[in-house]
Design a protein around this ligand. Structure first.
Ligand code: ZN
Length: 480
């Protein structure tokens, strides 16, 4: 039997919680982590006789996101009821959008390794979030419902099935998250659930045009799990197909502990939800001039900023890509360059020492204990020759951890670089006196001995001698 080779086809649904102050259809607040059921009112509790009112700010955020994703804005668009029963959904339906979403037909440019790829956006629509069921840990007989989150605005962004590997999915997801954060419409936190992704995935024999049966994956709350879950699922489906089995259309949950996916429920079809236009909400018209006004409020987006970093600061494309991969990191970099006009030196430090500490602490650049002024004063100490680059690198972790200024650390540790000629000449004389044989070798033409002398002088100075000066002085002294 020959084993077929398969192509994987992946599409992605992303739910982004919008950063509005109030909910999608009522005036309740959206703050995370407050006591259960304190952010509720008759509308989001689903009481009969209440009427929803559309949150203009949520529509604005949806339109701005649509524009940034190169979508067409649909007017009028319309809200629909998606009917299903769940204890955290008191109305028995979710207000969403179905046939007429606010944004459609967009495209996102994604960098995957060395190649660029376009991922098409099928649609982005507004909807309300459900509440949260809390299953009591000590007493499994009790389940509680917290409706604080019920009615929080979500933008669901759906791609065409354009991705062909886990790496492409992760690259798209990072690019999308970055755009949402540049727009300041979503905080991008996968851990807290403000950005949730659900890949759907199918296999087909290479060369076949029609799609295979697709499986949807849920419960994925980090980039790493996205990759792990997809790679696991590709292996699982390949095995089933190679053994002559068939794939069931279903929703599967990623189990982090076991590192595998497991059946959650058979996948429902759209008609199972009995969608119909919500009779409480009229079709939503969006004026063309408002769209144009919002277009003008779009910030510089990551791709444009990357290009500008290359052109304006002369950075390599790689550096620019790393820096703009987070808005706060790019802002940090630009704040430094404003104070100290050496973009490449700044970029090396931001991408190297700083990013390393931030990643270890799980912090973003705006929360860095070493602000742009501190980093710049460290770089200036190197430029002035007060300390060597090596010493600067060595003290960075302390600078980061202690909250002290670079000058204070250098002073306390006595790390000031010795550039004073008199002091250096004294050390050089001592070293030469102790190594007469090598002096003779150098003078008879063996110039490679210079390296030995530099090493000895640096050692004798406790690493504090200015290497450039040492070289210069040694050559002069050894020449006799
Ligand atoms: Zn409410």
């Amino acid at each position: 039997m020959t084993v077929a080779s398969y192509e994987v086809v992946i599409g992605l649904e992303v739910h982004a919680q919008l950063l509005t102050k109030s909910k999608m259809f009522c005036a309740c607040g959206t703050q995370f982590g407050l006591p259960a059921n304190t952010q509720t009112c008759p509308v989001c509790l689903g009481m009969p006789g209440t009427l929803p009112v559309i949150n203009e700010k949520a529509v604005e955020m949806a339109v701005r996101t649509g524009l940034a994703l190169n979508c067409a804005i649909r007017s009028p668009n319309r809200f629909a009821r998606k009917n299903y029963f769940y204890p955290d959904l008191p109305k028995g339906y979710q207000i969403s959008q179905y046939e007429a979403p606010v944004c459609e037909n967009g495209v996102v440019d994604v960098q995957v390794g060395d190649t660029r790829k376009q991922i098409r956006i099928r649609r982005a629509h507004l909807e309300e979030d459900a509440g949260k069921n809390v299953h009591d840990g000590d007493n499994r007989a009790v389940s509680l419902v917290d409706l604080n989150r019920a009615g929080t605005p979500l933008l669901e962004i759906v791609t065409e099935p354009d991705m062909r590997s886990a790496d492409e999915v992760v690259a798209y997801l990072k690019a999308l998250r970055n755009i949402l954060m540049y727009l300041e419409v979503c905080d991008g936190s996968m851990e807290q659930g403000s950005l949730r992704c659900e890949p759907n995935l199918s296999l087909r024999p290479v060369g076949q045009k029609t799609f295979g049966t697709k499986v949807e994956l849920k419960n994925i709350n980090s980039f790493r799990f996205v990759k792990d879950a997809i790679e696991y699922e590709i292996k699982r489906q390949t095995k089933v197909l190679n053994e002559g089995g068939t794939i069931q259309q279903e929703t599967r949950l990623w189990d982090v502990g076991k590192g595998q996916t497991a059946t959650m429920r058979s996948k429902e079809e759209a008609h199972d939800y009995r969608y119909f236009p919500d009779p409480d909400l009229v079709p939503l018209s969006i004026a063309g001039d408002w769209i144009e006004e919002l277009r003008k409020t779009l910030p510089e987006l990551p791709a444009a900023r990357q290009q500008r970093f290359v052109t304006d600061y002369g950075l390599p494309d790689y550096d620019a890509g790393v820096l703009v991969s987070s808005k706060t990191l790019a802002d940090y970099f630009e704040a430094c360059v404003k104070l100290y006009d050496q973009p490449k030196a700044v970029s090396n430090w931001v991408m190297g020492e700083l990013l390393c500490e931030l990643n270890n602490a799980g912090l973003s650049a705006d929360a860095s204990p070493v602000g742009p002024e501190r980093l710049v004063s460290l770089l200036q100490l190197v430029e002035k020759g007060t300390i060597s680059l090596k010493v600067a690198r060595e003290i960075f972790p302390e600078l980061y951890a202690s909250g002290k200024s670079p000058e204070q650390i250098v002073r306390e540790k006595g790390l000031t670089q010795v550039s004073d000629e008199g002091a250096l000449v004294k050390i050089i004389d001592e070293v030469m006196a102790k190594n007469q044989a090598q002096v003779a070798q150098y003078r008879s033409g063996k110039e490679t001995v210079l390296g030995f002398f530099v090493g000895q002088v640096m050692k004798a100075s406790g690493g504090k001698a200015n290497p450039g000066k040492v070289n210069e002085l040694l050559k002069r002294k050894l020449a006799g």
